[in-house]
Design a protein around this ligand. Structure first.
Ligand SMILES: Cc1cc2nc3c(=O)[nH]c(=O)nc-3n(C[C@H](O)[C@H](O)[C@H](O)COP(=O)(O)OP(=O)(O)OC[C@H]3O[C@@H](n4cnc5c(N)ncnc54)[C@H](O)[C@@H]3O)c2cc1C
Ligand code: FES
Length: 350
């Protein structure tokens, strides 16, 4: 891709660290010298071009913004995976990539004091966005209790194992980590299950259930089991944050808006304002693209929030949404990949 004709940002790999066989952490620099600000828990969407076809893959930022660490991401090589293999097998210092942006809602509350205890459930590479969230909380909020329940096959396949053990030693009482190994002989303490989760919660919970915020990231079945078990234990759905690395896995069931008329969408981008017509069934994202306007996106299935904006005027109806919380909706946050203007023109800030 030629940087002069792309709306994307050019980044350069500045270091490569082998975490484990098949897992690598890269740090990045922005070619124009103007880094995109990020929050711990955000992800970067990379644009790859193969045989003239553009593809996107997202990678969680594994560095901690609040500690001013250079921006990094950690990739697990998937055996038959197209781009994770390119990243792991071939990518070296000095290589150049294009990114669509930095985004995501798997972040800490602005006021972390709203919750007294933070639970993190991660499996395998799911530790990627969780690690910086933990470091950020420990460094910034001396009152927060932090508990990590971290699932892997065995200790040797546990990403950031040494760093986590060091953090636990440094923060003692405030940070507890429970490593679960699926290869363990003790089957009752090997995998997260409906039976094990309440046992762990009873061991680690120190505050009323309503003061707990839980984060979950890992394979789909792991996340499903963990979220259901947390809800069964008594953690409210609104106090559970999830990051889904494979949003394409399940098909999206779309519904239709009652109002399918054409309306004007006014977009307020950081550097300019544009307006265009949105004809149903095009989503706001699709209509923007047809009009040459680039809104960041990744999954296009209502599950990652990289396409989110704030509707400041008018009404947006969403065909699917598995990522925005009720509190986001109350603030006017909408997904442009599944959003359609209804009942009149709309203005959206991206
Ligand atoms: C918000 C977000 C954050 C992400 N963060 C990270 C991260 O920090 N680190 C990271 O390594 N990945 C992360 N991912 C996943 C990443 O975007 C890619 O999906 C992954 O690297 C596989 O891409 P690929 O091109 O190699 O595989 P593809 O060519 O897309 O897939 C090839 C095959 O592998 C299977 N496959 C795809 N992904 C996985 C997987 N995760 N586990 C097992 N099988 C899989 C597919 O079903 C398919 O059969 C994230 C995804 C999202 C949406
Ligand atoms: S692009 Fe993922 S929710 Fe819209």
């Amino acid at each position: 891709m030629n940087s002069s004709n792309t709306p994307y940002k050019r980044v350069i790999i500045t270091s490569r660290k082998e975490e484990l066989p098949g897992v690598v952490t890269f740090t990045l620099a922005f070619a124009d010298g103007r880094p995109i600000p990020y929050r711990s828990g955000n992800f970067i969407t990379f644009i790859f071009t193969m045989k003239g076809v553009e593809d996107r893959r997202s990678y969680s930022i594994s560095s901690t913004s609040e500690l001013n660490e250079p921006i990094s991401f950690t990739v697990k090589r998937i055996d038959n995976g197209c781009y994770s293999r390119i990243l792991y097998d071939q990518t070296k210092v000095g290589d150049v990539f294009f990114i669509a942006g930095v985004t995501g809602r798997f972040t800490l509350p602005v006021n972390t004091k709203k919750f007294q205890q933070y639970f993190f459930f991660a499996a395998g590479i799911g530790i990627g966005p969780v690690f910086p969230l933990i470091k950020s909380l420990l460094a910034k909020d001396e009152n927060a209790f932090v508990t990590l329940i971290y699932s892997n096959r065995w200790q040797g396949s546990t990403i950031f194992y040494d760093e986590l053990v060091r953090l636990a030693a440094t923060y003692g009482n405030r940070f507890q980590v429970e490593f679960l190994y699926s290869s363990s002989k003790n089957l009752e303490r090997a995998r997260i299950s409906k039976a094990l989760l309440p046992v762990l919660m009873r061991e680690y919970v120190r505050v009323p259930k309503s003061s707990i915020l839980a984060y979950v990231c890992g394979p789909y079945n792991y996340m499903r089991m963990t979220i259901l078990s947390l809800e069964e234990y008594g953690i409210d759905e609104s106090n559970i944050r999830k990051e889904n690395f494979r949003p394409f896995e399940r098909p999206v069931i779309k519904t239709e808006p009652k109002d399918q008329k054409t309306y004007t969408v006014h977009l307020k981008l950081h550097d300019r304002e544009v307006s265009f017509l949105c004809h149903y069934p095009d989503s706001i994202l699709e209509a923007a693209r047809k009009n040459g306007v680039l809104i960041p996106f990744s999954c296009e299935s209502g599950r990652c929030a990289s396409c989110a904006g704030r509707c400041v005027n008018g009404k947006v109806w969403m065909a699917f949404n598995e990522v925005l919380l009720d509190s986001d909706l109350e603030e006017g946050i909408v997904l442009t990949c599944s959003g359609h203007p209804i009942e009149g023109d709309v203005t959206i800030e991206i």
